[in-house]
Design a binder for this molecule. Sequence first.
Ligand code: 5GP
Length: 211
Amino acid sequence: MNRGVLLVISGFAGTGKGTLVSALLEKYDNYALSVSATTRGPRPGEVDGVHYFFKTREQFQELIRTDGLLEYAEYVGNYYGTPRGYVEEQMAKGRDVILEIEMQGALKIKEKYPDTLLLFVVPPSADVLKERLMGRGTEPAEVIDMRLKRAVEETAYIRQYDYLVVNDDLQTCMEEMHAIIQSEHFRVSRNDAFVETLAEDLKKFDGSGCK
Ligand code: 5GP
């Protein structure tokens, strides 16, 4: 059995990454979502072990010290990191593991594990992004401005990603992501063991042809 693909999905705030990931998990059973550890406190409605593993700074430092994280980053004063155990276990079972993490973490993962697939989700246009952020109706104008400024900064890093998907229609975008991820399983470098077995098996015909 093929090992699962490790994939990172990033995108500006307001592009619908979270909804896309939920749609993928709901429709296909080959995906597993990694739950991150963080030192930030839970927001209303967030459940420990479901949205995040909420940790004290000491507990988080212990995870770093014992090499329990695949990567971690500090973001707006808090630590966020990907617990190693679950990711490795699910990949060994052949499931494609999704990390929904910010860019610093994504690039660290790619450096450490070059066969990680990095996907970046963008809105169809800057105006649509602004409309979506305003449409949430939950954030003041200054916060929306801050998110738009951050989006401008983040565009500088998009070229380090492997694939770009435009979230215009959610369903179409989700199917495009699924197709990209599935085609990754056919990469020759991911099928070394099969190629070797086949090469070995073919040796039985050496010199004898069809006789
Ligand atoms: P929030 O506090 O809004 O849930 O998350 C803040 C940022 O941290 C988001 O961009 C989110 O994708 C990112 N993040 C969540 N988990 C991880 C993680 O395990 N590692 C890294 N590097 N970033 C994460």
